[in-house]
Design a protein around this ligand. Structure first.
Ligand code: GTP
Length: 335
């Protein structure tokens, strides 16, 4: 059975100020941290041992996830004093894994409904060194693209360009042969995207693409973070982590988690989610929003397409749109 490494140590600068005190993977979408949605996806594919590769705000993960037993998983924690980059993080996390099973690496900021079981199976059938999930995007100019040949072998890793030669991009979920992970240099900064993968292809390593165009989203930008949550609430994306015992009510328009207090005269719409311990007062209108644990929305407030962070308070009758609201600031999200 494969084991997992979840890369959760990045700074998440594009989501500041939300990521000042909360690492990006611990921000909630559809009422739960991004990491919790990813762990549910890993478990559904049969992965029950996962190392969280942490660095920035590493101390935030353990109190929430503990040893993983609450989820029927075994979770281990690797901490980098200074971020080691994606490759260095994988090498460091692998020190906690001893077997020779395939190692599945997840970027910690991706929501994906792709068929991970099949990706692992194809990897093993191909006796591949690495098998990368590739997804097709409409406009690949913002990404590095990854062409494959007719056998599914990756032929190059190309940097961003004005005229990409293919629209398949690296979707941030890799199955590695354990010996390849063990060959990544230890205790030094390494990027898998810029070093490990291109070097493997150059030496004719067995690098395969697994092309699957199911739902996929990188939640690393403000607009994408909100979209990811709405997609999970509305059912566009699979929400495997949302088990019935966590939910007070759920429809494609809204998700109210157990332990949230929502006045019956408040209107929650547009795929919004209200987390455990949040309080929404009378007459408030919440449309296309994430309201995190312990946030308080005053009466008559109208909030659209915004992220109300844990512990933030929105004044009575406030009008807020396309913003991040924390307990100390309101930042407009550039459109
Ligand atoms: P931005 O600063 O907004 O670009 O976000 P980021 O820091 O998260 O970087 P990026 O989106 O490129 O990272 C992709 C994934 O790899 C995220 O899940 C990061 O948490 C993770 N990651 C990036 N760099 C490191 C690192 O040095 N160490 C570890 N453990 N994880 C990393």
């Amino acid at each position: 059975m494969a084991v997992g490494i979840l890369l959760v140590g990045g700074f998440g600068t594009r989501l500041m100020p939300l990521t000042k005190n909360t690492p990006k993977p611990m921000l909630t979408v559809a009422g739960l941290p991004v990491t919790e949605h990813q762990l549910a996806m890993a478990k559904a594919a049969g992965i029950t041992t996962v190392v969280l590769a942490t660095s920035y705000l590493s101390e935030v993960f353990i109190p929430y996830f503990g040893d993983g037993s609450k989820w029927g998983m075994k979770l281990l924690y690797a901490v980098e004093k200074e971020p080691l980059g994606t490759g260095g993080a994988i090498g460091n996390a692998a020190k906690l894994l001893t077997g020779d099973e395939s190692i599945v690496v997840f970027n910690g900021d991706v929501l994906s409904s792709h068929n991970l079981k099949q990706q692992i199976q194809e990897h093993e059938e191909n006796n591949a060194d690495v098998t990368l999930h590739l997804t097709a995007v409409e406009d690949a100019r913002a990404y590095g693209c990854v062409p494959t040949d007719s056998d599914g072998r990756v032929t190059a890793f190309l940097e961003k360009m004005d005229n990409p030669i293919t629209n398949t991009i690296n979707a941030g979920c890799y199955v590695f042969k354990s010996s390849i992970v063990n060959s990544i240099p230890k205790d030094t900064v390494v990027s898998v995207e810029r070093q490990t993968f291109p070097e493997l292809v150059a030496r004719h390593g067995r690098v395969f693409g697994f092309i699957d165009d199911s739902y996929w989203l990188d939640i690393g930008t403000p607009k994408a973070l909100l979209k990811g949550s709405v997609d999970l609430v509305s059912g566009v994306a699979k929400a495997l982590a949302l088990t019935p015992e966590l939910i007070a009510s759920h429809s494609p328009q809204r998700l109210i988690m157990k332990g949230a207090q929502v006045d019956p005269t408040a209107r929650i719409d547009g795929g919004s989610c209200i987390s455990h311990g949040a309080h929404v007062q009378a007459g408030a209108l919440i449309d296309g929003c994430i309201v995190e644990a312990g946030a308080r929305i005053g009466q008559g407030a109208a909030i659209k397409n915004s992220f109300i962070a844990a512990g933030a308070h929105v004044q009575n009758f406030a009008q807020i749109s396309s913003s991040f609201v924390t307990n100390s600031e309101i930042i407009h999200i550039p459109q």
